[in-house]
Design a binder for this molecule. Structure first.
Ligand SMILES: *Cc1c(COP(=O)(O)O)cnc(C)c1O
Length: 413
């Protein structure tokens, strides 16, 4: 096998996982590991939520797969209706795909199609420094450039860039955005609202996000919110955009959409974007699909997730976890030293003070990962940034295990 984001030349160990429940992963060699990264930010309620498991099993008996061009099915109808009920009212259209990257590709194509069919030559996408939107060519084009995508740089398209609005530097970012929005060829802004995940869990303020939205609205530039990581309560609210009181024109959702059980994504769009493609002319249809668009089994898992959100006290669990994460990072700060402690909802991060190189490509992160693995904790630092993002069902003991390991790491590295 060829594993993702893995350098096989360094013989990084690849443990075999046999089963998982709640926040615990069980390995073939008998270890129980706390999943403190929610299996790459997807697992919200915990592994093996009974309702999601049951929904998948039941749907597999009824309808496994059906072409979604010109056909529909009950689980997809349920997901669309469920999303319409809890997501902002102006996001009237639900387009299915399979991954976060694809939901971003779809969002970019929708934005360009919108301007094209309105007869305006707008095609420039504005992005934020340090962003991550996925690993396909379009998603890489709107993400941060660097060692991750250097070989592919000749194929990546040009974008407009604004600086990251760090505390104290918000106005530069807003001014840069306004200058780009004034250009007549600017089509859309794409951002990760409030927190840049893969860029290092970098947090910026709701006020800045609201100001960015206002600038886009003033110039008619479409606002695309990539909430692939931030949605489903991760930042303390259902959507991160809520904290800024804004509604995007296009919204990307994936990761927690099925509670993290199976892959599925949606791109939600406002009515004008749908209307720009609505016609009796076949040439104006939205030319995008994948074989498994709205796969019924994946949709059944998402419908179960939506039912969990409706019927279980998910927001209470999130608020409780958010409080515990904040308490742990504060407690840690009392007996050891690190930089930039930050929490946003259920996400908590800090930067290790290390001498020497600490970038993503330094050997610090793999050494830290091994250190945590020895302590039966799955953490995957980004350079010298250590973050914990556990499923909402994590127990107090499991959380203590995670933070004690982080505390030891702060002292040891
Ligand atoms: C993970 C992520 C993606 C990509 O999602 P995949 O399912 O891995 O393709 C896109 N945007 C953000 C903000 C992400 O965190």
């Amino acid at each position: 096998m060829w594993h993702p984001f893995t350098q096989h030349g360094l013989e990084e160990p690849v443990p075999l996982v046999t089963h998982a429940e709640g926040a615990l992963l069980h390995t073939a060699d008998g270890r129980a590991v706390v999943d403190a990264v929610s299996s790459w930010w997807v697992t919200t309620h915990g592994h093996g939520h009974p309702r999601i498991k049951a929904a998948i099993a039941e749907q597999a008996q009824k309808l496994d797969q059906i072409i979604f061009a010109g056909w529909t099915h009950e689980p997809a109808e349920q997901v669309a209706a469920g999303l319409r009920a809890i997501m902002p009212e102006s996001l009237t259209r639900v387009f299915f795909s399979d991954s976060g990257s694809t939901s971003v590709e779809v969002a970019l194509k929708m934005a360009l199609g919108y301007w094209h069919w309105r007869g305006e030559d707008r095609h420039r996408i504005v992005v934020m420094e340090n962003s991550y939107h996925g690993d396909t060519i379009g998603a890489m084009s709107v993400g941060e450039r660097g060692v991750f995508n250097q070989p592919y740089a000749p194929l990546l398209f040009d974008v407009g860039r604004i600086p990251f609005p760090a505390a104290g530097a918000e106005q530069q970012a807003l001014d840069a955005l306004e200058a780009l929005c004034r250009q007549p060829d600017t089509a859309a802004l794409i951002v990760e609202p409030l927190i840049l995940g893969a860029g290092g869990m970098l947090v910026y303020s709701p006020e800045t996000l609201a100001a960015m939205h206002a600038i886009c609205a003033r110039y008619g530039v479409l606002f695309i919110a990539d909430e692939v990581m931030t949605a489903w309560g991760r930042t303390g609210t259902l959507l991160a955009c809520e904290q800024a009181g804004i509604v995007p024109d296009i919204l990307c959702l994936s990761k927690g959409l099925t509670g993290g059980a199976v892959p599925l994504a949606v791109t939600m769009a406002s009515e004008p974007i749908f209307e720009a493609h609505y016609s009796t002319d076949r040439a104006r249809m939205f030319f995008h699909s994948s074989s498994y668009t709205a796969n019924p089994i994946a949709c059944a898992a998402a419908a179960a997730n939506l039912a969990i959100w409706r019927e279980e006290p998910v927001m209470d669990r999130i608020a409780a976890l958010a409080g515990k994460q904040a308490a742990w990072i504060e407690k840690l700060g009392q007996f050891c030293h690190f930089d930039n402690p930050r929490t946003l909802g259920t996400v908590a991060a800090l930067d290790l003070r290390t001498s020497g190189t600490s970038g993503y490509m330094s050997d610090l992160a793999p050494r830290l990962m091994a250190f945590f693995r020895e302590r039966d904790v799955l953490l995957r630092p980004l350079g010298n940034t250590v973050y914990a993002m556990p499923p909402y069902c994590v127990t107090d003991d499991q959380l203590a295990q995670v933070w004690n390991a982080i505390g030891e790491a702060v002292i040891s590295f």
